[in-house]
Design a protein around this ligand. Structure first.
Ligand code: ADP
Ligand code: GLC
Length: 493
């Protein structure tokens, strides 16, 4: 079974969030599950630098696609190759005018969306369809698996470019419904999309062209990254305006929980931390905590309950719930470390809140993979108070490192963390602290449960042991995707 995996990020070459972690791990797991997987990525500078070409560039053939795209992209080429570090086969879309520029993959250095994003990411979907219909004479996918709004036109172009052939099937995975790829209606013609599709039951979203909606309407199957989020997005509350479409297509929608790459996230071997530890030999965790306290100028107190967050600073992540509880957290003898980057207003609010607690609270701004590992290794509690969370990976990393997750009961957070209720402690299923109402007061209650459990060292240790022994391998999700591909290709399991 040949699968084309279409996305924009792959760790460690380009990462703005969990999409990159998934892009690095899921294709590998799918290969182990018996699929032949090639990836299609834009040739952003950092991605191109980590890929070795395996043959001459392929011209995108004239498969009836929109000429205008090629004009915008000045004759894009497909470069077949492989990721140097992992050997993963890839195609890069070489279109320097679209992808080679200073700034981020989606936004400029000032945080403004690139003005030509419609063309930049339509090209990704279009190249996927071209590969689907023979752009590489050596290799053709049986199925195209596209991820998030950037790749969301792939299912539609696969239908439009099929001609007389049966359309190649597609799977679309929603990693975050809040980012939809909305563009002016006029983009439709520029992207070669038939005007007849610009209507409410196809591509139109309140007068705009929606890439995300295109995928929800035209993909043969829709998945998202946790079972709970798959249910939540069919409700008006969490559907980001697309719940109606998702309800209509509900029989094609399912949730497959993400996994963790335990080669990278394992406290006994982690190359980015110095003090290693695991269940049964926890002294390394105490050393990791002391080292972090020293590094960030916190009081070196072994008994301080260390709360951490490693997060994009965006509205989604709910970090604005923290300042009101901070005084009590410090008063109870706790400490707080936040590593984040993103929204300047959220950064300013956190900075103001933490300022009054020198020696007990530290804010690190920026994106720092090594520091993220050191913080999670050192932590007693990892905070993920997100308003919504399709899956969330840091709570899973926290579990493995004995940093008990304190989470809002939504999406993948609700699917992966069990609250320390008395009965859950008693039956051995407790793994963290879960709050239900999205408020600082509710978070405060969960924080108090963390302090209460800490005063019962034997019970804390038992919960921590259980957390560290849980496994969210990629094997099971890869099998679930494979079974889905087989159903769509009507291959018997
Ligand atoms: P999202 O994709 O919504 O940001 P996830 O929890 O799925 O949320 O994935 C976030 C990923 O990005 C994790 O691997 C996390 O460790 C990492 N991360 C987030 N913020 C930072 C940061 N400031 N520095 C380093 N890594 C970060
Ligand atoms: C998105 C979501 C996050 C998820 C990640 C990987 O960025 O916000 O919850 O874990 O994608 O699927």
């Amino acid at each position: 079974m040949n699968i084309l995996y279409v996305c924009t990020e792959i760790y460690p070459l380009l990462k703005t969030g969990g999409l990159a972690d998934v892009g690095a791990a899921l294709p590998v797991a799918l290969r182990s599950a018996g699929c032949q997987v090639r990836m299609l990525l834009p040739a952003f500078a950092s991605i191109a630098a980590g890929v070795c070409a395996d043959g001459p560039p392929l011209a995108l053939p004239d498969v009836g696609g929109p000429d205008v795209l090629r004009t915008l992209a000045q004759a894009p080429m497909l470069v077949p190759g492989h990721v140097i570090a992992s050997g993963q086969p890839v195609y890069l879309i070489d279109a320097p005018a679209l992808y080679l520029r200073e700034g981020g993959p989606y936004q400029d250095a000032a945080g403004q969306e690139w003005r030509d994003n419609a063309a930049r990411f339509a090209l990704l979907g279009w190249a996927a369809a071209a590969l689907g219909y023979g752009a590489d004479p050596q290799w053709q996918p049986d199925l195209v698996h596209a991820h998030d709004w950037h790749a969301a036109l792939a299912p539609l172009y696969l239908k439009l470019l099929a001609g007389d052939r049966p359309a190649k099937p597609s799977v679309f995975t929603i990693h975050n419904l809040a980012y939809q790829g909305l563009f002016a209606a006029s983009s439709c013609t520029e992207l070669g999309l038939p005007a007849s599709l610009f209507k409410v039951d196809a591509l139109e979203y309140h007068g705009l062209l929606s890439f995300m909606k295109a995928a929800l309407q035209f993909a043969d199957a829709i998945t998202t990254v946790s079972p709970r989020y798959a249910r939540e997005i069919t409700t008006a509350e969490q559907g980001c305006g697309l719940d109606g479409v998702l309800r209509q297509r509900q029989e094609r929608l399912s949730g497959i929980l993400n996994g963790v790459d335990y080669e990278l996230w394992n406290p006994s071997t982690d190359a980015l931390i110095k003090a290693h530890f695991d269940v049964g030999r926890m002294s390394g965790k105490a050393r990791a905590k002391r080292a972090l306290q020293r590094l960030l100028g916190l009081e070196e107190r072994a008994d301080a309950l260390l709360f951490v967050a490693v997060s994009r600073l965006s509205e989604q992540k709910g970090l604005h719930l923290l300042p009101p509880v901070l005084p009590e957290l410090i008063e109870r003898g706790g400490q707080l470390v936040i590593l984040g980057n993103g929204d300047a207003a959220i950064e300013a609010a956190l900075r103001a809140a933490l300022l009054g607690h020198p020696g007990q609270a530290a804010l690190q701004i920026g994106y720092d993979e090594a520091l993220a590992h050191r913080i999670i290794a050192a932590a007693d509690v990892i905070l993920v108070p997100s308003r919504f969370e399709p899956c969330g990976l840091t709570q899973l990393y926290g579990l493995r490192y004995g940093a008990l997750p304190l989470v809002h009961a939504v999406g993948g957070l609700a699917d992966t963390v069990t609250d320390c209720s008395l009965e859950a402690i008693d039956d051995g299923s407790a793994s963290g602290f879960v709050f239900h109402e999205f408020s600082s007061d509710a978070l405060r209650g969960a924080m108090r449960r963390a302090f209460a459990l800490r005063r019962r060292p034997a019970e804390w240790a038992a919960v921590q042991r259980h957390a560290m022994q849980q496994r969210f391998d990629w094997q099971a999700p890869a099998q679930a995707y494979r079974a889905l591909y087989q159903r769509l290709l009507t291959i018997p399991a």
